[in-house]
Design a protein around this ligand. Structure first.
Ligand SMILES: NC(=O)C1=CN([C@@H]2O[C@H](COP(=O)(O)OP(=O)(O)OC[C@H]3O[C@@H](n4cnc5c(N)ncnc54)[C@H](O)[C@@H]3O)[C@@H](O)[C@H]2O)C=CC1
Ligand SMILES: O=C(O)CCC(=O)C(=O)O
Length: 528
């Protein structure tokens, strides 16, 4: 039995490890305790890797992992995964999005309460210094304070709910949600970021990306109340660390609760020197409950993706398969096959791939175009091309794409037409799917057909003169090649196109002999 190599690069719960260990077709490699340079050697045979935030899946990592098919990020944030690098290599990246939500929510509340009561400092004074000095520790209450939440997703909205139970006023800023997601929970929704800056306490729960890096800097802090409290349990760098440092030092920010840092591990970060900050070492997800759930899901997802069964929570697929209705799926397959056929007929460099759709499938033109790219490119790139990297590979080769819609005039309720332009010419092939769910080619370069795109096919254009069928039949028979089907379409210019299905593969010598038949205009051979 061939085994899938799954490398675990970071610490995950043993329940997940046990699933991998006990799966027969998995070759499980535990690499969480080795340094990141040695890891590069270990991942060279990996089919799948499981990582957390301690492993950067960067260019170096991806170059080392030559067999990699999928990356499972055992957590939410994937800012440490080079998504474009994965896509270009056809590697599917997946996360495990909700299993650590509660852990991160509760750590956010912990930091909030700790900041209000300067809890770690009060604790240390008694425990470490053995000083009983109650007058040093007058804190503040959450009750009645206004909390501003930036990012109202899985974590943000639950922080909002918990804040309400502390009888806080809550306002959120998240331009990507309907306002009712907040207002239905009795939480104010704002599109004015200044409303957040005016709050007593501010917490951020967005992903880390171009839009959110340094979302809070000097300018924003200047607009805040004196004595504001800032919490960040999302990603380091969402609050500009220099601005945070300067304003904690000046006292403009009374306290900050920080779980995440721009550079981790953050043992040398200057924020750690301040007396008015509570810090944790990126522990947002570190509860036993959440780690158990994440590890089990990550292990199962790793196995499913290694077997090619499913790619749960895939992040870089150009197509969301779950949103493609069942009637479209055979058209997607058909488009890929037709493109494969067209590219095999004319093995010269491809210039452009155009897909035209009529009927309801025209809503899915982008997906059809992606699969046309897979079909056309797999002639030269083989199994290295898939629908994650097809368009990236095509762009690298300078191939252009076009999609268009046509009104249904052909009598078919749905029809797709692929036009493949190469250095040598143009192939135009149309196809449809009949009620019996069987895919058919219905037109090839202007000749009408009704044939399934499958098997070994000789495609011959010839002058429409007597004796051609007999000559071809004899030539193949003499070489012990059995014909299983012979379809002929007559053209308008005294020419004809034949699709001859054969049981055996045709080599270049036989193809040349057919090409040498006097009536032959062009002959090609394809296998689907
Ligand atoms: N400290 C830790 O260990 C953990 C950190 N996290 C981090 O917490 C963050 C939030 O995670 P989830 O709530 O699960 O993600 P989510 O995807 O459910 O929510 C993110 C929300 O941010 C919003 N958003 C995106 N861009 C925004 C912008 N420019 N302004 C305002 N809102 C914006 C989105 O619309 C979405 O509602 C992520 O960065 C994640 O990586 C998550 C789990 C554990
Ligand atoms: O457990 C980890 O690796 C960190 C969790 C985290 O930051 C996330 O899930 O986004």
């Amino acid at each position: 039995m061939s085994k899938h190599t799954i490398v675990v690069c970071d610490h995950i719960h043993e329940d997940g490890l046990n699933i991998l260990k006990n799966t027969e077709d998995v070759n499980y490699v535990y690499a969480a305790d080795i340094d990141k340079t040695s890891l590069l050697d270990v991942i060279k045979d990996a089919d799948i890797v499981i990582t957390r935030s301690s492993t950067d899946v960067d260019e170096k990592f991806l170059d080392a992992a030559k067999n990699l098919k999928a990356v499972i990020r055992a957590g939410v944030g994937y800012d440490n995964v080079d998504m474009e690098g994965c896509s270009k290599r056809g590697i599917i990246a997946m996360n495990v999005p909700t299993a650590n939500t509660i852990a991160a929510v509760e750590l956010t509340m912990t930091h909030m309460l700790s900041c209000m009561r300067k809890f770690p400092y009060a604790h240390n004074q008694l425990k470490n210094d053995r000083i009983w000095k109650r007058e040093d520790w007058y804190g503040n209450e959450l009750f009645g304070k206004k909390l501003g939440i930036i990012g109202f997703g899985n974590i943000g909205h639950r922080v909002g709910l918990r804040a309400k139970s502390f009888e806080m006023e809550v306002v959120t800023y998240d331009p990507y949600i309907p306002s009712t997601k907040a207002t239905d929970l009795g939480i104010e929704y704002t599109t004015n970021f200044d409303d957040i800056l005016a709050c007593d306490i501010i917490t951020i729960h967005t992903p880390k990306n171009k839009e959110t890096i340094d979302m809070i800097g000097e300018e924003e802090i200047a607009k805040m109340k004196d004595g504001v409290i800032l919490i960040n349990c999302a990603r380091g760098g969402l609050y500009n660390e220099d601005a945070l440092y300067n304003n904690l030092k000046s006292g403009k920010i009374a306290m900050a609760g920080i779980d995440v840092f721009k550079k981790e591990p953050a043992i040398d970060n200057k924020l750690l020197d301040l007396p008015n900050i509570t810090v944790t070492a990126h522990l947002g997800a570190n509860t036993k409950e959440s780690q158990k759930k994440i590890a089990v899901q990550a292990a199962q997802n790793a196995i499913d993706s290694a077997r090619g069964v499913s790619y749960p929570n895939a992040l870089n697929l150009p197509i969301d398969e779950s949103k493609i209705p069942s009637f479209v799926k055979p058209y997607i397959e058909l488009t890929q096959k037709i493109a494969f056929l067209a590219a095999q007929r004319d093995r010269s460099p491809i210039r452009s791939i155009a897909v035209c759709a009529q009927g309801d499938i025209k809503e899915y033109l982008d997906s059809l175009s992606t699969f046309a790219a897979v079909g056309a490119l797999s002639v030269s790139a083989g199994s290295d091309v898939n629908y994650v990297n097809a368009k990236f590979l095509a762009e690298d080769k300078g191939i252009t794409f076009e999609t268009s819609e046509m009104k249904s005039t052909s009598g078919y309720s749905n029809k797709i037409t692929l036009k493949l332009t190469t250095e040598n010419g143009v192939s135009t092939i149309s196809g449809t799917v009949f009620d019996d769910n069987v895919q058919r080619i219905v037109e090839l370069n202007g000749f009408d057909f009704d044939i399934e795109p499958k098997g070994k096919m000789i495609i011959m254009r010839n002058n429409d003169i007597p004796g051609v069928i007999g000559t071809v039949g004899k030539l193949l028979g003499d070489r012990n090649i059995n014909i299983s089907d012979f379809r002929l379409a007559r053209g308008k210019n005294k020419d004809a196109l034949a699709i001859i299905l054969v049981d055996n593969s045709i080599n270049s010598k036989i193809l040349e002999e057919i090409s040498n038949i006097e009536a032959a205009i062009s002959v090609s051979y394809v296998e689907i």
